[in-house]
Structures are given as structure tokens and as C-alpha cells.
Design a protein around this ligand. Structure first.
Ligand code: ADP
Length: 711
């Protein structure tokens, strides 16, 4: 409110000052005209037939200079009408000169307010503008009357017909007085606008310099009348107007160049500013800001094409800085549609041109004249249209068109990127959600599995405990019975006890195997490595197997190569592997055949394990394994389903347990077999399982490191 009030106060003050200056000037002029009517009459009489020419030439000169006033810089306006006043004063006297100066400058300013001629007034406030037209009499009339008195005071004669140095000096003094008076009047207005002392000094120096440059012209012009008549005045006036026009053109060109440089500079920023925006609304705003530095954006709009509905959506519509609500219109008629469909810029000077082009402008409530619209094209697709409008005719130049096109091109790419980015974010979001869903599902499954696994382990631990206790009693007591009651029992009963003892032991093996397997699976079975001599282990195993095989007349031939060194492995587990394989070999052999056990050393280069190893080979010439079953015999509980195999008792756990134990040592197990001819199981174990585990970890680290760095 405060701002509004002070603006209104300023406006009123301005109007009052202009009116005051105008009234004062006209009253003064009337007074002086009346007071000096004889004198004015005398001057005109003295000039005789030349008087009308002089008046016409000077009016034309003052009018032309005032009409073609120009902006020298942001702050300095050059209006050389004062020079023409200086030149006419010594010839026509103050009253006629004042009338000419006031008439010429008032008319040109009135034309400006009516938006005619090269210098149009701003449309902001017609009240102030018209007051200023009236006040023009003060700005130019009062100084002329004042300078006229100074001229006479320094002894100037009217009309000045002699061309002495002294007359020249008098005219020069008159010019300075004119400038001074003009400044005094104008400063009144400047004061209202809030100019400071520094501004006064600066403006005065600039004006005095420019005026000082033209002063000799004025002096020469006046003095030449005496010797050459009105022709000389016309010649000088003509040259002066030409001079003014040249200076004006230079200033305009310079201004245009400065503007261009400014625009180019802001253009180079445009790409940078808008390319970092990924939100469409912010991007559109950034495009507007970018255009603001370069074109008149009083009426600005960005319409984006909606492919789904084939409509243009005015996503950003700004009128005098205020953002209007978005609205849609179908692609078809209208200027924006024309640009969209023709894929090229459209620049219209005024409404007549629009009609001539045969385009029906969509009535958007803005009855404007000038229109400029450019397409936003990216990847050969028109994304939309940027347009600006103006109440002025011919508001937009070709430069504006080129500039807006450049901005639109960059904007289109940025917009396209923003859309791609949005789609990508959307897809990424979807993907993330899916990954999240799957992860949750997996987590749930995992939790269920962990729970199930825990129950399984608990069950196994409990079961083995529950079963082993009574089983041990059964095995123990049946063992005792076997040892001590042969004589007391009938042969049949004794056989029963033997069966009980054997079945008990079988069950115990089964339970132990299951327990071991479940421990391996859970990763809870650890290798307790220690150095030992395999030969001793083989001797123990041999004794057990000979005991088993001897009954069926099966011989065991074992051979441990002499270079087999002490090994660093879990002896208990190695023993179990050997027993499992050998007992299978015995079990699946024909009576009176031979089972072989061979152990040899392989050095790192020869071993598939790539470290110093031992190869344990258990071979038999028994029933063999059908080719199609070979890959399954290591599965838990798997037993070959042939008549021969079924005839042998087993659990289907021995081989899977053996493989688990071999794996624990970092070794491998393979089988070769021919059905009906026998089988050979080969176990490879590192000589030192701890060493090979360290090596493996080391090479895995190296591999990871290698993957991490490109060298
Ligand atoms: P089990 O011997 O207790 O049945 P294993 O896991 O030790 O269980 O063996 C699985 C199956 O592989 C055996 O049932 C048998 O069919 C076959 N098999 C194992 N070793 C031999 C062998 N030396 N000769 C023939 N078949 C064998």
C-alpha cells in the first residue's frame, strides 16, 4: 500500500509540475509578446521578405531535431532543439523564437504520445504523458525567453547582421544561457524522480559537452545570414539535420550492438540454465527467464503438445508478469497451431497481417498487434510452441525471431531430456518396487527356510539322541549275548541275536551318517586337520574291511606308493571316506574276487587340484553301475535300482557323505564304472588341506583385486 501511495503521490507531483511549467511558460510568452509587440514587429519588418523563409526553416530545423532526438547511452538523450533555438534567437528575437521552439517540441512530443514518429512515448501513463506535452512549453519556451534577455543584456542586436568576433561571442553566451535555463527547468522534474546531486553534475557535464560541440554550428548559422541570406540558413540547417541523423544512426547502431552482445551473452547462459532443470514446471519457468533477457515478454506463452488428445496445452502463460491458469485448445486454427503444424516460426507485424495470412487467431482475450511464435523441435518432433505478443505494431524483429528460435531449440532439447528423465525415473521406480517385492518375498522364504532348517537340525539332534541311547543298549546287550550265550541258545535263537546285533549296528551307522550329512549341509562339520601317516590309516581300514570281506571270500589288495608323504588332513574323516568306498566295493563285489586300494602322490602340476595331492583309487570287479545312473549315485538316499544292487543292503548315504567329506578337504571324487565289470572310485585330496585352503583364499583375493583395478 505504501508503495502504491508514494507512486500515486509522485505521479501527481509530476503532473502538477508539468502543468505549472506549461502555464508559467504560456503566461510569460503572452506577457512578453504583448510587452514587446513593437520590437517583434520591428524585427520582422527589418527581415522583410526573408522573415517567412527564416521562420519556416527554423521551425523545420527545430521540428526535425526534436523529432529525431536519440538515445546516446542508457541515461543520455540527445535533443539538439536547443541548438536551433540558439541559432534563431539573434535573427528572430525571443518572442518568435519561443513560439517556434515551443510549437516544434510540443508537436513532436504529442506525436510520440500518439505512437507516431520515431520516438514513441511509453504507454504506461497517458495522464503524465499529456501533461508533459503541455509542460514542453516550460522546458523550451522559458529558456528561450531567458536567453533572449541575456543576448540583449550582453549587447546583442536583433536581427544580427554583422559577423564580427564580438557578435559570435554574444551568440555563444546566449547558447550557454539557454542550456543553463533549460537545465534549471528540467531539474525540477528530475528532482521529483529522485535524482541526486551527482546525477545533476553528470548530466550537466554530458549535456554541456554535446551542446558545446554544436554551439559553433549555431553561431555560424546565425552569422551567415547577414552575408548570405536565408539560403545560408537553409544550408546550415540541412547539414545540421543530416549531422543529427548520422549521429542518431551511430547511436542506434551502437545501442543495437550493445543489446546484441547482451542477448548473445544471455543466450549462452540459456542452455546452461535450462539444461539442468529436470522438473517440467521449473524448466518452463527457466525458459521464460531465459527469454526475458532477450525479447519483450510482456505476453509470453509456452504451449506443449499433448499427443494423447492432439491438443496444445498452454502450460505457462504469463501476462505482464502474472501467471495465468493453464488452458487447452485443439490443434487446428490459431497462430500456435500454425507454428506447430508448419514446424516453422511465424512473425506478424499487426492484426492486418494476421488477417492477410488467412490465420484466425484464437481469441484469448489479448487484442495484441505484434506476434512471434517459434516451434520447439527435438529429435525431429515438434514438442510445442513458444510465443510472445505485443500491443505495438512491428514489435518483433528478425533478430528476435532468430533469438527466440535459438532459445526454443535449446529449450526443446532440455524439455525432451526432462520428459525422458521423468519416464526413466518412473521406470526406475517400478523396477525398484519390483526388486523390493522380490526381496521381501525372498526374505520371507529365507525366514521360512531358516525356521525349517532349524526344526530339521533340532529334530535330527533329538532323534539321534533318542535313538542312540536305546540302540547302544541293544547293540551292547546283543553283543554280550553273542559272546556268552552261544552254548545256551539254540542255533536258531543265536541267529536271531546275531541279526539283532547286525541290524542295530546298521541303524547306528545310518543315524551317524544322517547326522554327519546334516552337519555338512549346515556347514557345521569342521575339518580338524593334523599331520599323520596314511599308511597307518590304511592298515587300520584294511583290518576292518578284511573282517567284512573275509566272510565272502573277498580279498583286499592295497598299495601305497613309497613317495606318499605325511598328510595334513582330518584323519577320522579320511578313514570314513576309505571305509565307505571300500565297504561299497566289498558289498557290490562277487564272492572270491579282489578289491584294490591304491594310493599315490601327484605333484601340483599333475593334479587337477593344482596343489600337491594324493590320489586314492578303490576298485572292484563287481556288479558295476549302469551308465545312466553314474551321475546320481552321489545323491542322498539314492540306490541303483537293479536286481543285483537291491540284493545288497544299504542306506544310500555312504557316497553322498564321502563326497561331502572330500569337498570339506577341498578335494574331489569321481567314478568310472562298467556294468557287470566293476567300478573304480578315485578320490583326490590335497596333501595339506590347510595350505590349499589358504592358497584358494589368496587367489580369490587376487582375483577380486584384479577385477577392481584395470591394470
Ligand atoms: P549304499 O551303498 O549304502 O546303498 P552309497 O551312497 O554308498 O549307498 O551308494 C549308493 C549306490 O551306489 C549304491 O546303492 C549302489 O547302487 C551304488 N554303488 C556304490 N558303490 C558301488 C560299487 N563299488 N559297485 C557298484 N555299485 C556301487
Amino acid at each position: 500500500m505504501a508503495g502504491g501511495n508514494s507512486e500515486e503521490a509522485l505521479r501527481r507531483k509530476l503532473i502538477a509540475t508539468f502543468l505549472f511549467q506549461g502555464i508559467a511558460a504560456y503566461l510569460l510568452l503572452v506577457a512578453v509578446a504583448v510587452f514587446r509587440r513593437d520590437d517583434t514587429g520591428r524585427v520582422l519588418a527589418e527581415l522583410g521578405a526573408d522573415a517567412p523563409y527564416l521562420i519556416a526553416i527554423y521551425f523545420a530545423l527545430a521540428f526535425a531535431l526534436s523529432l529525431f532526438k536519440f538515445k546516446l547511452s542508457e541515461k543520455t538523450f540527445v535533443n539538439l532543439a536547443l541548438t536551433s533555438s540558439t541559432a534563431m534567437l539573434p535573427l528572430l528575437g525571443p518572442v518568435v523564437s519561443c513560439c517556434i521552439a515551443v510549437a516544434a517540441t510540443t508537436i513532436t512530443r504529442a506525436l510520440g504520445v500518439l505512437q507516431l514518429g520515431p520516438n514513441k512515448s511509453s504507454l504506461d501513463d497517458p495522464g503524465v504523458n499529456w501533461a508533459r506535452v503541455f509542460g514542453q512549453a516550460g522546458t523550451y519556451g522559458i529558456p528561450v525567453l531567458f536567453a533572449g534577455s541575456v543576448y540583449e543584456a550582453v549587447g546583442g542586436v536583433t536581427p544580427a547582421l554583422d559577423s564580427s568576433w564580438v557578435s559570435a561571442l554574444r551568440i555563444a553566451i546566449t547558447g550557454v544561457a539557454l542550456l543553463f535555463a533549460n537545465h534549471v527547468v528540467m531539474d525540477q522534474v528530475e528532482l521529483i524522480y529522485g535524482s541526486t546531486l551527482r546525477d545533476f553534475v553528470r548530466d550537466t557535464i554530458v549535456d554541456a559537452t554535446i551542446f558545446g560541440l554544436t554551439l559553433p554550428y549555431a553561431v555560424l548559422m546565425s552569422l551567415h545570414f547577414g552575408s548570405m541570406g536565408p539560403g545560408a540558413i537553409f544550408g546550415w540547417a540541412f547539414m545540421f539535420v543530416v549531422f543529427n541523423l548520422v549521429a542518431r544512426n551511430l547511436a542506434v547502431t551502437r545501442g543495437a550492438r550493445d543489446r546484441l552482445v547482451h542477448r548473445l551473452a544471455s543466450l549462452s547462459n540459456v542452455g546452461r540454465t535450462i539444461s539442468i532443470q529436470f522438473k517440467t514446471d521449473e524448466l518452463l519457468r527457466a525458459i521464460y527467464e531465459a527469454c526475458r533477457n532477450s525479447v519483450d515478454v510482456s505476453f509470453f506463452s509456452i504451449a506443449i503438445h499433448d499427443e494423447a488428445t492432439n491438443e496444445l496445452v498452454a502450460e505457462l502463460d504469463i501476462r505482464d508478469g502474472a501467471v495465468l491458469p493453464k488452458f487447452r485448445f485443439p490443434v487446428g486454427s490459431g497462430l500456435n497451431s500454425w507454428v506447430f503444424l508448419n514446424r516453422r516460426p511465424l512473425r506478424l507485424a499487426d492484426t492486418e497481417e494476421t488477417e492477410r495470412m488467412g490465420i484466425v487467431a484464437v481469441d484469448d482475450g489479448k487484442a495484441t498487434e505484434g506476434w512471434l511464435g517459434v516451434p520447439m523441435i527435438a529429435r525431429d518432433r515438434v514438442l510445442g510452441v513458444i510465443s510472445v505478443q505485443s500491443f505495438k505494431k512491428n514489435a518483433f524483429s528478425q533478430d528476435d525471431e532468430i533469438l527466440l528460435t535459438t532459445i526454443a531449440n535449446q529449450a526443446a532439447v532440455a524439455l525432451d531430456n526432462a520428459v525422458l528423465f521423468r519416464d526413466l525415473s518412473h521406470l526406475t521406480g517400478q523396477l525398484e518396487n519390483r526388486v523390493l517385492d522380490r526381496t521381501n518375498e525372498l526374505q520371507e522364504t529365507n525366514l521360512r527356510l531358516v525356521a525349517a532348517d532349524r526344526s530339521k537340525s533340532q529334530f535330527l539332534a533329538q532323534m539321534s539322541h533318542e535313538l542312540r541311547t536305546p540302540l547302544n543298549s541293544i547293540i551292547g546287550f546283543s553283543g554280550v549275548l553273542l559272546g556268552s550265550s552261544r552254548a545256551m541258545l539254540t542255533a536258531r535263537l543265536f541267529k536271531f541275536v546275531e541279526n539283532i546285533h547286525e541290524a542295530g549296528q546298521h541303524l547306528l551307522t545310518l543315524i551317524n551318517d544322517i547326522l554327519d550329512l546334516s552337519k555338512i549341509e549346515a556347514g557345521r562339520l569342521e575339518v580338524a586337520a593334523q599331520r599323520f601317516d596314511l599308511r597307518k590309516t590304511v592298515a587300520v581300514v584294511e583290518r576292518v574291511i578284511r573282517g567284512v570281506g573275509g566272510e565272502a571270500g573277498i580279498r583286499l589288495e592295497s598299495r601305497v606308493a613309497t613317495d606318499v608323504p605325511d598328510v595334513n588332513l582330518d584323519e577320522g574323516k579320511v578313514k570314513q571316506i576309505l571305509l565307505n568306498l571300500l565297504s561299497n566295493a566289498v558289498k557290490f563285489s562277487h564272492p572270491n574276487s579282489t578289491v584294490g586300494l591304491e594310493i599315490e602322490r601327484l605333484d601340483g602340476a599333475a593334479s587337477p587340484l593344482a596343489v600337491e595331492s594324493i590320489a586314492i583309487r578303490v576298485s572292484d570287479s563287481g556288479i558295476g553301475i549302469p551308465r545312466g545312473e553314474l551321475h546320481r549315485i552321489f545323491d542322498q538316499f539314492y540306490q541303483v535300482d537293479t536286481r543285483d544292487a537291491r540284493a545288497r543292503r544299504g542306506t544310500g548315504l555312504g557316497l553322498s557323505l564321502a563326497r561331502g567329506l572330500v569337498d570339506l578337504h577341498g578335494g574331489r571324487i569321481d567314478v568310472e564304472s562298467t556294468e557287470g565289470a566293476g567300478s573304480t572310485f578315485t578320490v583326490l585330496l590335497p596333501v595339506d588341506c590347510e595350505q590349499s585352503r589358504d592358497d584358494e583364499a589368496g587367489s580369490r583375493d587376487e582375483l577380486l583385486e584384479g577385477a577392481g583395478s584395470p591394470t
